[in-house]
Write a protein that binds this ligand. Structure first.
Ligand code: FUB
Length: 447
């Protein structure tokens, strides 16, 4: 009895520790890539690839993608993410070469109360040239979190990566995948077999790699989105049609090439509670190796004619942050052009995150969407380093709330400082270095 309660308590604390906070990147405990987001039962479920550094002694390239399994995450508010753990791994699927670490971009859809998880991986079987091609497999569950039971064989007649399943309004399901070009075929009602011959999706740019298809429908327009190497690295583009089978017509760029040079990008687009979101990836936790990526979210908007407005990648991402949580100002929504910058806390451990660095008086940083509705704020906690100390001015929604003194400290210190005049409600929080000396800030929090 004692043990059962203790176990329950342990599970509760483990579950708590698995909560991750919003801001970009959104998952903080591992590398994640190729995000497929789906809305199931009022929550957003994220089915990403799981990049890892190549393990030693496995005869693997250490400059290439390395993925052994899939995790699933869920969120009710796009800010707090729960990690539900591994759902499928290369050692648990009969047809997968369990030494290949090739579990690339997946997808998951619901049909008739069952969840169908589609994933590519190298097959055990070799072709006539001794190469192992990519098959696409399916694992089935009763709940989005799993447990998932993989089929013993990959889908017959499909060789490729980046599966995407689209179910149209008439109930017809389609499987779309990439392999040099982007192909589509109808799926049978069992969601496990092709119901038509694969055909190339026509109307996309004829040169440059295209992969990562994600098809969705809005107001009768079918949007085929895909990463494309137009110049040297991938950008996100889309083409439109009045039929899921096409032909499609190139319609524009959704997101330009990553400013940090990440070679790949990969997208999904969902509507959650009336707002459209773009899920994509860059390599924030691994700035020197772009095969260890991390998932981000930004809001996406349509023009009145149905075209998609270009999305600018942000650090701030989406969702509200509670004033009582640690507010990572370095995931800012705006920053002053002089005297303010961000830097990694620890360049030997990028997962330790970032800090805000103010080197000049009047440098400022703004973090929008802070929820102060928890009540009467009296204190600000701040983790900082400032060898001479300084003053910090705090504004909410452009209105000065007050100024606090930061005592000198050459070590990272967490100080609890009295504040007054803080408004409740959702606020854009802006901190200014109002003193004459530099300061570095890891996070702030209010209570
Ligand atoms: O994650 C491995 C591959 O990189 C994916 O399958 C592609 O879409 C690209 O993101």
């Amino acid at each position: 009895m004692m043990n059962t309660s203790r176990n329950k308590l342990l599970i509760f604390f483990i579950a708590l520790s698995l909560w991750m906070k919003g801001q970009n990147p959104i998952i903080h405990n591992q590398f994640t890539a190729d995000p497929t987001a789906r809305v199931f039962n009022g929550k957003v479920y994220l089915f990403p690839s799981h990049d890892i550094p190549s393990p030693e002694g496995k005869n693997l390239r250490n400059d290439w993608f390395c993925m052994a399994d899939y995790y699933v995450f869920s969120s009710e508010n796009l800010t707090d993410w729960t990690d539900h753990g591994v759902i499928v791994s290369q050692s648990g699927v009969q047809w997968v070469d369990s030494t290949s670490y090739s579990m690339w971009a997946p997808d998951c859809v619901e049909r008739g109360g069952k969840y169908y998880f589609y994933f590519p991986a190298n097959t055990k079987q070799v072709d006539s040239n001794g190469r192992r091609g990519f098959g696409i497999g399916v694992a089935i569950a009763d709940r989005p979190e799993g447990p998932y039971v993989p089929q013993n064989e990959p889908i017959n007649g499909v060789l490729g990566i980046d599966p995407n399943v689209f179910i149209d309004k008439d109930g017809q399901a389609y499987l779309i995948w990439a392999m040099g070009r982007i192909s589509i075929a109808k799926l049978k009602d069992n969601m496990l077999e092709l119901a038509s011959e694969p055909q190339e999706m026509k109307g996309l740019p004829s040169t440059g790699l295209k992969e990562g298809p994600f098809l969705f429908e809005r107001n009768g327009i079918y949007y085929l989105t895909y990463p494309h190497v137009d110049k040297t690295i991938e950008r996100l583009e889309y083409a439109i049609s009045d039929n899921p089978l096409g032909p499609f017509k190139f319609a524009g760029v959704i997101m330009d090439e990553a400013p940090n040079g990440c070679w790949t990008n990969h997208q999904s687009i969902v509507n959650f509670k009336g707002q459209w979101y773009l899920f994509y990836h860059q390599n924030d936790w691994s700035p020197k190796f772009d095969k260890n990526r991390s998932v981000r979210i930004d809001s996406l908007f349509f023009n009145a004619d149905g075209t998609i407005q270009k999305v600018r990648p942000t650090f701030r991402g989406v969702g509200l942050t509670k004033a009582t949580d640690k507010i990572q100002l370095d995931r800012y929504s705006r920053i002053s052009s002089r005297g303010a910058s961000i830097a990694y806390n620890d360049t030997l451990n990028y997962f330790d995150g970032w800090k805000t660095v103010f080197t000049e008086k009047n440098a400022w940083i703004e973090y929008n969407g802070v929820d102060f509705s928890d009540g009467n704020i009296k204190w600000m906690e701040i983790k900082y380093l400032s060898s001479k100390g300084t003053d910090i001015a705090i504004s909410q929604n452009g209105k000065m709330a007050g100024k606090i003194k930061i005592p000198a400290s050459s070590q990272w210190t967490t100080a609890r400082i009295k504040v007054s005049g803080m408004e409740s409600g959702v606020q854009n929080l802006l901190l200014t270095n109002a003193g004459n000396h530099p300061v570095e800030i890891d996070w702030v929090s209010f209570n």
